[in-house]
Each structure stands twice: as structure tokens, then as C-alpha cells.
Design a protein around this ligand. Sequence first.
Ligand code: AMP
Length: 508
Amino acid sequence: MTTFSDLGLSQKVLSAVTDAGYTVPTPIQAGAIPFALQRRDICGIAQTGTGKTASFVLPMLTLLENGRARARMPRTLILEPTRELAAQVAENFEKYGKNHKLNVALLIGGVSFEEQNRKLERGADVLICTPGRLLDHCERGKLLMTGVEILVIDEADRMLDMGFIPDIERIAKMIPFTRQTLFFSATMPPEIQKLADRFLQNPERVEVSLPASTAKTVTQRLVAVHNKDYEKRSRLRDLIRAQEDLKNGIIFCNRKKDVADLFRSLERHGFSVGALHGDMDQRSRTNMLAGFKDNQITLLVASDVAARGLDIPDVSHVFNFDIPIHAEDYVHRIGRTGRAGRSGAAFTLVSKSDTKYLDAIEKLIGQKIEWLDGDLSSLPAMAESQDEGRGRRGSRDKDKDKDRGRERRGGRRSEAPAEPVKAREAEPAKAREIEEVIEPVRTEPLNSERKADRRPNPGNRNARPNPANDDQRERRRSHYRDHDDGPTPVGFGDEIPAFMLIVAAAKS
Ligand code: AMP
């Protein structure tokens, strides 16, 4: 069996690894570290949870023992798609680099430039950045990339999802051709392979297969539902309440809008819940994650993009509120539970319109997943067909109406960029769409923040708070809140035309 001391790491590093309590290198570490120490380029295919971070941090620490950093000329550069991941890597340098006197600088948004400049002036041995912030520093002339010996591009597939590839290409051009490049991605679709071919020279490919063993310790079940959000929410609540052994759980939605909606719904129903999606500000995201890790929050509603790559501890339950559109996402999601031989449970809500995604998942994992309480054929047929009929009818027109409604009210369209979650064509339910007409996507999930920001139009900075508008909005919201979670209303019901929802301007 390979041990850490077989890999060629320095004594200082080995002693820190021992102190961290790790005895056996993980497959990605055993595969990548010896080549990284030989200054070879690496194309690592591994997801979070495999010990991937240490597979580049440990050899970097060893290699950095020779040489010194010069002001404004970092010696190594690590690119991460999100601030959390960048911060996680910095923590790894602290843990494994405790016997070194290296200067590690974290350049992420939300932190003052001055503070970061001071670190750069002192000379950084390791620079950990999100691409945007790094380019900002370069444009201010505060950074010279010509001294970079090692470039790490982490989570490349996620960088692609988030549209960072042009930034990375710009950055790579500033770094000498003679550098060593360590490239990591959880998946290797053709477009990522093309990128790897561009950035790497004669790389050693180290691939860690998806943890198939996870599936053995995870009880997976499918739950038949109609494709109606209120019914899915109600079924989810029952499911959560029925789990006697639930310690904590992650609930996955396909779209950030749904993350925000489901979070609010669960919160209203008294669950201990947090949310994680791409539009949340940094402080909220950090608080939310810390709360979940400390068991102050039991449930975390998340999108794939927000949750991927985060070192979230083992969870007892995973709930797929939406079936993932990309089969690999199912494996990523399920991999959050049942770690290290522990048992876990994973439930996936499935409606009739989801069967093609279910087929793809079952094909990928090579097994049929059992249904809990009967399959789709046991669902009462009428409600589903009613729902499907509505879903098909004029959805484009609905969208147009929705847009027109927003324009009429002074461009209240959410300014948040669409989350880059590939093709997210999951059918939005009508009730949810009406809510969206009334109110743009609210992305601040913390109670305190929601209360703090009561501007009637968060998109218009000039708008002054108007308590009367707030009251009206709250009344309307609670109306929809009620039928959000209850049975389909009579009369217009879900079909209320958007124009009837516009409230006359409050008299001042
Ligand atoms: P990562 O894939 O880098 O996010 O690491 C996932 C988790 O595995 C982290 O909590 C690490 O601290 C832990 N870890 C890293 N290397 C090892 C190892 N050799 N043995 C056990 N756990 C490890």
C-alpha cells in the first residue's frame, strides 16, 4: 500500500500531513503527487471529496521550499471559480503549510484592494484567486505574472459553466510558457478536453473514477409526484418529516429561482433551513455554509452550481426536489451522503415529464432505482394530465406577458445573470410564474437581510422606500403564499392573467 512518505514529499509537508491525521493518500493524491513533484503537467479528473486539493497543495509546498518571492511577482497561481473554493484552498495551505513560512495571498472579491495590495507588495509565494479579481489587480498594474512557475486551474468544468474560460485564457497568456500547469476537472466533456489540450504540455492524466461505492451505502428511492410545485413541496415536507434518522440534508433544485422559492416555503413551514445559490452575496453564503457545517441549520436548499466543489461534511440525506437534467449531477448529488462507508438516504421526486432524465440516470449508474410507495402509474391520472395540459399551453405567450408586465412597471426584471446551469428547461409551474410577475427573484435568503432590505424596487436605486407599497406587496405575497402550498384554487386559480395582478400605485 502506498503511503505519503513514498510520494517524494518533503519532511515539513509529511509532518503536517501526519498532524492532520491522514495516513493513506487518496487515489488522486497517490496518482498526481509524484508527477507534480517531477514538474510534469497534470490533467486530473477528480471531483471534490476525493482529496483533490491536497493533491496539488502538498507538492506545491514541497517545490516552494526552494526560492523566495519578490514583490508583486507571485511564484505560483491557483485559479478557483468561486470565493468559497478559493478560501477552502487557502485553508489547506494553512493546514499543510504550518511548518513553512510562505506568504499566501487570497485575491477574491468582497475584500478591499488595499489589504490585498499589501500582501502582494510583500511578495506572494502562493496566489489564490478568482479570475475576475486577478484581472482587476493586473489591470491596476499591481501584479506581474512573469514569475509564476506553477499554474493551477481547478474545477475547470465549473469555470466553463460560469463563463470564466476567456478570463483564464487571458491570464494564461501573461504567464511564461515554461510554467508547470496542474489542471483539474470533475468531468471531461470534449470542450474541457480541448481546453486541457490548449493549456497543458504533455500532461500526465490522472483519473479517479466516480465513487461507485457510495451508491452501496446510500438507500436511493424515487418518489412519484405530479409536476406541480405546491404538490412537490408538500410531498417533500412529508418525506422530510418521515425520516427518523435525519441528521441533516441537502435539497437540490435545478434553478436558483427554485432554490429561493423552496427555501422560503420550508422556512414558512417551520423547518430549520438555509439556501445556497449563485446570486447570494458572499457574507450570506459564508454564514449559510458555516451554519450548516455547525449543525445550526438542518436543511440546505442548493443548486448544483452553488454546491459543487464545496467541502460540505457528510450529510445523512439528499433530496432531489428536481430530478437533475444532467445524469452526472445525480452522481455528484448522491455523493454528498454515504461517505466513508456511512449509510445515507437519497430521495428523488419524479413526475411523468421527468422520465427521460430518470432513464439517463439509471443508464449512467447501471441500476434501477426503487420507488417509494408506488411508481408513476399509481398517481391519480387526472391531476397530472391537467397539469401537463397547462404546462404545454402557450408557455411562450406566458413568458411574453411576464416580460411585458415587468417592462410596464419600469424594468423590474431581475438583474441577476441567469445561473449557468446548462439547459435548464424544467417546466416552471404557473403559481411560481405568477409570483415572479409580482415580485422579481429575491436572492437574499437570510431573515435578517430580508427584513433589512425593504426597498420596493431593489433594481432601482433611486426608488425611495414606500411603506404603503410594502404592505400591499406583503398582502399580495401572502395571498400567493397560501395557494403556494395548498390545493389548486377555484375560479381563475393558477390562471389569473398577469394584468389583473398589477396593483394601482399607492397615493402618497
Ligand atoms: P477535497 O477533495 O480536497 O475537497 O478533500 C475532501 C476532504 O478529504 C477534505 O475534508 C480533506 O481534509 C480530506 N482529505 C484529504 N486528503 C485526505 C486523506 N489522504 N485521507 C483522508 N482524508 C483526506
